[in-house]
Design a binder for this molecule. Structure first.
Ligand code: UD1
Length: 420
């Protein structure tokens, strides 16, 4: 398993281009199954999760080609309706095949994802939503087994705002008979992107980007071309890389509004942010001020940036509290950051971070995607050498992260690592 070796202490400076959004792509790819024919997804990031989704969709008969960030998806020969455990356990987003399969083909067998590295992540809302559209769903042998004739519209109120459940129900409802209303729908930009792709395919969706979606089912969808939105989490991670190293970083190919929750917190920490059309620049202050954040649904501070913020606050000039209101146990990075010299105490779903004057390099272990990003960020500022082990987590969600960091002046290399 590869590892990253980082010599900390370089001030990052320069410009990078942000890749397409992982979480949008993972919804858009299965959505292509809702029509018959060839859809094109431009700006698709080259990521391990995209490869995983590609192999899952291929088992269902999709013909997929990927080159130069252009993904071609041909759904003319779909003839399989099962997402096996082996795929779903690798990547929870595999659950996104449920909506298109039941909506267009009237059958689906999708493994229950189970927990993940930072705790339980149920899919009850996906199941309840699709049941309301008329599907017959039973759970058997660890699988969701769904059958339906043509689905019908329904009024669905989610108790909890869920990105995945909103996406799945929206995809299934696009081909249902009649109107579906989703209340307390997720407003994340990745869901708005999915709605945009579905609309380009001929779906009738109102309220995209709000918490009330109205979907008037249509009889058929056609293939479409779509440009995937930029990855706001990759962008936020690189802004923090600039901030934590006392540097200057400019990002191109971003949607600045998608990053408002992050940039306003960076400004509160003392960073200067300049917004241009499709670009963002950050200049770090000599000393970072401590700033509390609470991860919440969009447009709140993203839970996928919580670990990176914890790293930043580890070197701020005082105490900050980072709370996660979405995933209560998402703090696996904390013991690893402590190995680098961070002073962090966990209290239920909050991390109390007392900023220290310096972090010092050590070997640390990635436990999940965003935890890995937080360890790389800490390694960039730690004195001496930091080794981040198990980098396969980072390859799930960051395209060529070490190359982009190197282009900003970071001393980071990928090396063959020891096995654990
Ligand atoms: C998506 C993102 C993930 C991000 C998360 C929250 C993708 C591929 N992944 O995950 O990176 O961290 O949004 O922004 O887009 N919940 C239920 N029942 C359900 C579904 C969810 O109780 O059926 C709860 C979850 O436990 C969590 C909350 O709802 O507390 C939000 O989760 P959700 O938005 O569904 O996350 P994902 O779509 O899995």
């Amino acid at each position: 398993m590869d590892k990253f070796v980082i010599q900390g202490g370089r001030r990052l400076s320069g410009t990078i281009s942000v890749s397409g959004a992982k979480n949008a792509t993972l919804a858009l790819m299965p959505a292509a199954m809702l029509s018959s024919g060839t859809s094109l997804l431009h700006n698709t990031p080259a990521l391990r999760d995209v490869t995983t989704m590609t192999s899952l969709l291929r088992t269902m008969g999709m013909r997929i080609d990927f080159r130069d960030n252009l993904l071609t998806l041909d759904s003319a020969a779909v003839n399989g309706y099962e997402a096996p455990y082996e795929h779903v356990k690798k990547m929870r987003a595999s659950i996104y095949v449920l909506g298109p399969l039941i909506g267009r083909y009237g059958r689906a067998k999708v493994s229950l994802p189970g927990g993940c590295a930072w705790g339980p992540r149920p899919v009850n809302l996906h199941i309840e939503g699709i049941r309301k559209l008329g599907a017959d769903i039973r759970l058997e042998g660890g699988y969701i087994i769904a059958k339906a004739g043509r689905l019908h519209g329904a009024r669905i109120h989610f108790d909890v705002s869920s990105v995945g459940a909103t996406g799945n129900v929206m995809m299934a409802a696009a081909l249902a008979k009649g109107t579906t209303v989703i209340e307390n729908a997720a407003m994340e930009p990745e869901i708005t992107a999915l709605a945009g792709f579905l609309i380009a395919m001929g779906a009738r969706i109102d309220g995209s980007g709000t918490n009330r979606l109205e979907i008037q089912g249509v009889d058929a969808l056609h293939p479409a071309d779509f440009i995937t939105i930029p990855d706001r989490i990759e962008a936020g991670t690189f802004l923090i890389a600039g901030a934590i190293t006392g540097g200057n970083v400019r990002l191109e190919h971003v949607v600045p509004e998608h990053l408002s929750a992050i940039t306003s917190k960076l400004e509160a920490a003392g960073c200067a942010i300049r917004v241009g059309p499709g670009s963002l620049s950050l200049t770090a202050p000599p000393t970072l001020r401590p700033v509390d954040v609470t991860a919440a649904v969009y447009p709140g501070f993203p839970t996928d940036m919580q670990a990176q913020w914890t790293s930043l606050m580890s070197v701020a000039s005082g105490t900050a509290v980072v709370t996660d209101s979405i995933y209560f146990d998402r703090f696996k990075h904390v013991p690893e950051l402590t190995r680098l010299g961070a002073d962090i105490e966990l209290k239920e779903n909050s991390a109390v971070i007392r900023g220290v004057a310096r972090l010092a390099g050590a070997k640390v272990m990635s436990t999940d995607l965003r935890a890995s990003a937080s360890l790389i960020l800490a390694g960039l500022v730690a004195s001496g050498t930091t080794e981040v082990l198990r980098v396969y987590h980072i390859d799930r969600g960051y395209e060529a992260i070490e190359k982009k960091l190197q282009s900003l002046g970071a001393e980071i290399s990928r090396e063959a690592g020891e096995e654990f």
